[in-house]
Design a binder for this molecule. Structure first.
Ligand code: KG4
Ligand code: ZN
Length: 348
């Protein structure tokens, strides 16, 4: 397969140093070095630790990606890099590295939006994106519903979390239950042998009054507090906390709201395809519930495999290749890292 532009993508917005290489829609390499274990004892990502880890991992990860793709860096058509949103210091390492590479190779650079990259990555697994599609991005840093008409031009936000991100809620509740960081995969696993109807936890922003103002928005901080209260009450009473049941009931509440709102947004906007991305898209209950509920409405659901849902360089390369293929203008070499780059800006 020798079709499409050969693009190297660099991702450093949080704690993963990702370098991916794609040709068109074909994934050639996806090298990731994670500093997650260095953050685990703090219960969350420490920005300074992440930046330093990116610095150390960058060159070896680029070399690993090139070797596993079997390409020479000089063969690359363009360099893409996450320019935002994300942690400022972490983004800076990726952007500076991408600039050095692009300058050294004499190739164009594309500073791309992290969220749009989470959408574009699905092309590597399922082929060209259905356009328009409704993207639900759920990760440790964001929870958004987006209308995607052309992922290389702009993405229209329909709703987002008004407090904690979905992944953040998973991480905080895991901590309450004594499970390690990052909590999502541990809750997923614990929930598999728990009862999802053990506790009827609140579904944020779903009352009729809330729906008037926040129809496509999410709120997870009330749910997190409800879990904390429930666990505290059990502990005060000297009773054991049924971790698996609480995990399953919490996970059910999150997935219920996410899928309900995503499907409502798709139906309201006449969109037949939902795409789920971001780390929380790896959640087994979310994948099953979204597929089942969407199918009942005649809506198709696409979710990339878990390794492509969490942060990686392949997603950045995938969006970069699409930008090149569609003839979009490259960024300039003085491109900044923008920790709050808006989703409407696909290329900085
Ligand atoms: O997209 P991502 O790798 O990084 C950010 O941009 O945040 O997402 C990480 C988040 C973490 O909060 C993690 O707990 C969550 O995704 N996550 C999961 C699962 N796997 C990862 N949440 C629920 N279920 C999972 N299986
Ligand atoms: Zn992400």
């Amino acid at each position: 397969m020798n079709e499409g532009p050969l693009v190297l993508g660099i991702e450093t917005s949080c704690d993963e140093t990702g370098v991916g290489i794609v040709r068109g829609h074909t994934l050639l390499a996806d090298a990731v070095a994670s500093s997650v274990e260095e953050h685990a004892r703090f219960g969350g990502v420490v920005p300074e630790v992440a930046s330093r880890a990116h610095l150390e991992a960058m060159v070896p990860t680029i070399e690993r990606a090139a070797a596993s793709a079997g390409v020479r860096l000089s063969d690359i058509d363009a360099v893409a890099v996450t320019s935002g949103p994300g942690l400022a210091g972490a983004l800076l390492v990726g952007v500076a590295s991408a600039k050095a590479l692009a300058l050294g190779l004499g190739k164009p650079i594309y500073g791309v939006n992290h969220l749009a990259a989470h959408v574009a990555v699905d092309q590597l697994e399922h082929g060209p994106l259905p356009e328009p599609c409704l993207a639900m991005l759920v990760s440790g840093g964001h929870s958004s519903l987006l209308q995607v008409t052309d992922v290389t031009v702009g993405v229209e936000p329909l709703g987002a979390t008004i407090d904690d991100a979905a992944g953040e809620a998973f991480d905080k509740v895991a901590r309450l239950l004594g499970l390690p960081f990052p909590g999502g995969p541990h809750i997923d696993r614990a929930a598999a042998s728990g009862s999802s109807v053990y506790v009827d936890f609140p579904r944020g922003l779903t009352s009729r009054r809330d729906l008037e103002r926040h129809r496509f928005d999410f709120s997870f901080s009330g749910l997190k507090t409800a879990v904390a209260r429930w666990v505290e009450a059990r502990e005060r009473a000297g009773e054991p906390v049924p971790v698996n049941d609480v995990a399953a009931s919490f996970q059910e509440a999150v997935c219920d709201v996410l899928t309900r709102k995503a499907i409502d947004a798709a139906v309201t906007h006449g969109i037949d395809d939902i795409l789920i991305g971001g780390g929380v898209a790896a959640n087994s209950r979310l994948r099953a519930m979204a597929t089942e509920r969407a199918e009942a409405q005649g809506i198709r659901v696409r979710v990339p495999r878990p390794g492509l849902c969490t942060d990686n360089g392949a997603m950045v390369a995938a969006l970069g290749a699409e930008l090149v293929a569609r003839g979009r203008e490259a960024s300039s070499l003085d491109l900044p890292a923008d920790s709050s780059q808006p989703i409407t800006t696909v290329v900085a």
